[in-house]
Design a protein around this ligand. Structure first.
Ligand code: IPM
Ligand code: MG
Length: 352
């Protein structure tokens, strides 16, 4: 098959980890006779430096006409002025909104060989296999009004948490679809004891649950969920939740996997290209040293093959190669090992 893949390396370790993942995609493309082409564009701080904005219209247009987008990370201390008008993160949010990527899938599983890499007790970590479905284009990130105003000599800042029924329906329906071939359990996380938006979320989710009676639905308050993700992670199958709750819970859940460097994500719309990125950030402290863990990005490339290109076998092959490298003891520094980014990539390549 033919596919035009846009690479957005971004900032910090982004270029190193996307570089490794492109090599893996090239390898599998050659092996299975697919014609993958790659074009690279700027996003984040590096785009601010070059063009004054974190995402140009040209880059967004290139993404829109692509088959899929692989992204590294954005941000860094250089662009961290809280009062600055342009921020690297705006580019990421504009990309999500511009491509209408309402669903962010973040699978979290533990590898038997990495149970000791987590600060949590290994006995809690066996057989953890969950997927967090985070709503990505609504909620506090985008709600209006947003901004500052002065009232009676005091500065007020406001963000708005708003959801329309259709925004809740499409993300919850996707969660139910994902649960079907899995363990058939959906946990909907909200704060319905306090928030009106959560009460609408719970009402709509309950209705969708009735139409999908083969899937078990549970509702959980977000504070309880934050605790259970750590105390009984194996009880979760599919978690579905609004944008910011999902942002927070997925960083928390990444602790289960031993390192944030392990985890991939897929951001999907109803149609058009998806964006695939590791859940870790730009890690400016280790950028340019060649020691970042490329696994999260390589696994994101596997999700790209699965969801955007419908190449399930190729996706599985990458996931198996990663699993086998981890089982054989291959470790980057975040996992307590010595391997460089390129050495870890090569260990995975040699198992493909
Ligand atoms: C993430 C990140 C982003 C988010 C930031 C960089 C804007 O934390 O993808 O989880 O909050 O969505
Ligand atoms: Mg986050």
């Amino acid at each position: 098959m033919k596919a035009n893949i846009v690479i957005l390396p971004g900032d910090g370790i982004g270029p190193e980890v996307t570089g490794a993942a492109v090599r893996v995609l090239e390898h599998i493309g050659k092996k299975q006779k697919h014609a993958f082409s790659f074009t690279s564009h700027l996003i984040g701080g590096i785009s601010i430096d070059a063009h004054g904005v974190s995402l140009t219209d040209e880059t967004l247009a290139a993404c829109k006409t692509s088959d899929a987008v692989l992204l590294g990370a954005v941000g860094g201390p250089k662009w961290d002025n809280p009062l600055g008008k342009v921020r690297p993160e705006q580019g990421l949010l504009a990309l999500r909104k511009g491509l209408a990527l309402y669903a962010n899938l973040r699978p979290v599983k533990t590898y038997p060989a990495l149970l000791n890499a987590s600060p949590l007790k290994p006995e809690f970590l066996h057989e953890v296999d969950m997927i967090v479905v985070r709503e990505l284009t609504g909620g506090l990130y985008f709600g209006e009004p947003k901004g500052r105003k002065e009232i009676d000599g005091h500065v007020h800042a406001v963000d708005t948490l708003e959801y329309a029924d259709y925004e809740i329906e499409r993300i919850v329906e996707l969660a139910f679809q994902l649960a079907g071939p899995r363990r058939k359990k959906v946990t909907s996380v909200d704060k319905a004891n306090v928030l009106e938006s959560s009460r609408l979320w719970r009402q709509i989710t309950t209705e969708i649950g009735k139409k999908n009676s083969s899937i078990a639905l549970e509702h959980m308050l977000v504070d309880t969920a934050a605790m259970r993700v750590i105390t009984s992670p194996k009880l979760f199958d599919v978690i579905v939740t609004e944008n910011m709750f999902g942002d927070i819970l997925t960083d928390e859940a990444s602790v289960l996997a031993g390192s944030m460097g392990m985890l991939p994500s897929a951001s999907l719309g109803l149609k058009g290209p998806g964006v695939y990125e590791p859940i870790h950030g730009s890690a400016p402290d280790i950028a340019g040293k060649g020691i970042a863990n490329p696994v999260g990005t390589i696994l994101s490339a596997a999700l790209l093959l699965r969801y955007s290109l419908k190449l399930e076998e190729e996706a599985l092959a990458i996931e198996k190669a990663v699993e086998s490298a981890i089982a054989a003891g291959c470790r980057t520094r975040d996992l307590g090992g010595e391997l460089s980014t390129d050495a870890m990539r090569d260990e995975i390549l040699s198992r493909l």
